[in-house]
Design a protein around this ligand. Structure first.
Ligand code: GLN
Length: 497
């Protein structure tokens, strides 16, 4: 009998993988442990679907592979997916009534890559409808244990939001319901919830991870990535899902490094850029203090701190809120009642079916964005809005290219504040959109970005720091994130879970 004083849910992804490989615990035991823990904590509203038979069958197969010596790097490790990755064994809803109960005939590439690596899928995690939101209050799907849709709750204070749109992916990891989860990030949906729940999350370079089987929001910005409690775990998890996929022509044929081998290389001699434009008006004192602390930590770890400029930063948010709706209005045209999901009952004719299907199937935020997107793409307004936003996109991209001539990575706050109360920003979309002020630029430029826990606010809520890197240089992002992780020594956990 092996001595194992640490509960399975307190282990990191890396530790869990090693215990499974060494047969200190079986994949079936691990799956049962996490399923039981998930069912014991329904109030957070994180999961929208379980399929215990499928999970246990995957775990048995993993145990067989471990016994046969053919196990992949994540053999038997329980993980869970944002419900925007389509899965054969679980329904796939993207948080929308439009897709409620939708059963995909295939797995997303990310899902099949993790299955090949031996990971065991516990279930699907709630998200804002079609990944539109910053608070995970916009899902139309009832979480497990609920009769109606409900906001996902932050385990640090359940009256607060966890961030969005991959809020539940962050909550499940922060509450130790699972060691690592997948997410997507179009304007900050991995980095912002990671920051607000005290965990690590990375959006890699645009094109690094296949989006085959990821329900599309804004295709020139959408990128898949991961959440875990440590930088190491993010490196291990991301390298399992990264790489070219011939089914996604936007996934690039760029070699995937062994990031786990370089995470600990240190930051000595690295140049870290501090962009002056991120000192926005009204920056909260605790956010500024945490940024200053991060700068100090990196300097003490041997990095050189350099002032840089990203002069078009103020245009990133307005450009994003034109480009993302424009692309969503086009992507979401496919939900017409014919091909997928919801169809209005007893239509009088084709037009009536289209109109009522879309009126019934989409939630308010999605409708608002489709309307804004259709407007900015319409003849007469195209040049004034869409083309102008595309031009800004090029300028923002150039800002990063120029800045990276002077530094190897950039350090900024991840969010303008700690987690806010459920409902606090629901009635004011602009306030909600301002949540993304530090994160959208990375999507616009396509560069990798990561959020790492930096400490607690005076209210005892987690704050994160964001590291941005050059295209394809997740390695530097991981190194800097690891240096902050070591210095921050963030061991706090949400209470009562
Ligand atoms: N909060 C942003 C939005 O609502 C980003 C969402 C995302 O990254 N998926 O569009």
């Amino acid at each position: 009998m092996t001595q194992n004083p640490t509960a399975l849910h307190d282990l990191s992804l890396t530790e869990l993988a090693s215990q499974l490989r060494n047969r200190q615990v079986s994949a079936v035991e691990a799956a049962q442990h996490f399923l039981a823990r998930t069912k014991a904590h329904p109030t957070l509203g994180a999961y929208v679907a379980l399929n215990e038979d499928a999970t246990l069958a995957q775990a048995q197969a993993a145990d067989a592979r471990i016994a046969a010596g053919t196990a992949g790097p994540l053999a038997g490790v329980p993980i869970a997916h944002k419900d925007i990755f389509v899965t054969k064994e679980f329904p796939s809803t993207a948080g929308s009534k439009m897709l409620a109960g939708y059963q995909s005939p295939f797995d997303a590439t990310v899902v099949s890559k993790l299955a090949e690596a031996g990971a065991v899928t516990l279930g699907k995690l709630n998200c804002d409808e079609f990944a539109m939101g910053s608070a995970n209050e916009n899902s139309a799907i009832a979480p497990l244990g609920f009769d109606a849709p409900a906001p996902v709750r932050n385990p640090w204070d359940t009256s607060r939001i966890p961030g969005g749109s991959s809020g539940a992916s962050a909550v499940a990891v922060a509450a130790r319901l699972v060691a690592a989860t997948t997410g997507t990030d179009t304007g900050g949906s991995i980095r912002q919830p990671a920051a607000l729940t005290g965990i690590a999350g990375i959006k890699p370079t645009y094109g690094r991870v296949s989006r085959w089987g990821v329900v599309a929001f804004a295709s020139s910005l959408d990128q898949a990535g991961v959440f875990a409690r440590s930088v190491d775990d993010c490196a291990l998890f991301l390298q399992t899902i990264a790489g070219h996929d011939e089914k996604d022509s936007t996934s690039a044929n760029v070699a995937v490094p062994d990031w786990t081998a370089i995470v600990d290389a240190g930051v000595k001699g690295m140049r870290i850029g501090i962009p002056k434009e991120y000192r926005i008006k009204g920056l909260r004192a605790e956010v500024e203090a945490s940024w200053e602390q991060g700068i100090k930590w990196l300097r003490e770890a041997g990095a050189e701190i350099v002032d840089i400029t990203l002069p078009h930063t103020q245009y990133a948010l307005p450009a994003y809120y034109i480009l993302a709706p424009a692309e969503c209005s086009s992507n979401l045209a496919r939900y017409d009642g014919v091909r997928y999901g919801h169809r209005a009952a007893n239509p009088e004719n084709l037009l009536d079916m289209y109109e009522r299907t879309r009126a019934e199937g989409f939630g308010q935020e999605v409708k608002a964005r489709i309307m804004v997107g259709t407007y900015v793409l319409s003849a007469g307004y195209y040049d004034a809005y869409y083309i102008k936003a595309q031009k800004l996109r090029r300028l923002i991209y150039n800002d990063f290219v120029n800045a990276f001539e002077h530094c190897d990575a950039i350090l900024t706050p991840a969010t303008p504040s700690a987690a806010f109360a459920i409902g606090e920003k629901t009635d004011d979309p602009v306030e909600m959109y301002l949540e993304d002020v530090f994160t959208v630029s990375a999507n616009i430029a396509g560069v990798p970005g990561m959020s790492v826990p930096a400490g607690l606010s005076p209210d005892g809520l987690p704050l994160g720091l964001q590291i941005l890197g050059k295209h394809w240089d997740e390695a530097s992002v991981f190194k800097v994130a690891r240096a902050i992780e070591l210095a921050a020594n963030f061991t706090a956990k949400p209470e009562g879970i």
